[in-house]
Ligand binder design. Structure first.
Ligand SMILES: [Zn+2]
Length: 86
């Protein structure tokens, strides 16, 4: 039952990290971490659509993972907090 696929940790950014960085750049921050620090105590935060080719950003609640994307017509917007913590 042991599957030992060699799962190498690459230095590549994950999709979530990439989205977080994209979101930060769009909103004028230098990094996702800077954005998180600036917005972590806010009652609304910026979020970004998680669809691969969509970089729609909007303001969502800090725990949002299903914010509405007007481009995709889907609940795909995730807040910066959710992106960074999970
Ligand atoms: Zn979208």
């Amino acid at each position: 039952m042991v599957s030992d696929k060699p799962e190498r940790k690459e230095q590549r950014m994950t999709d979530r990290e990439q989205k977080a960085e994209t979101l930060a750049m769009i909103e004028g921050y230098n990094s996702a971490m800077e954005m998180l620090e600036a917005e972590s105590l806010d009652s609304v935060q910026h979020g970004i659509c998680m669809t691969e080719d969509c970089d729609y950003t909007t303001q969502v609640e800090p725990d949002s993972t299903t914010g509405w994307c007007e481009v995709c017509n889907n609940g795909t917007v995730t807040s910066i907090s959710e992106l960074m913590f999970f």
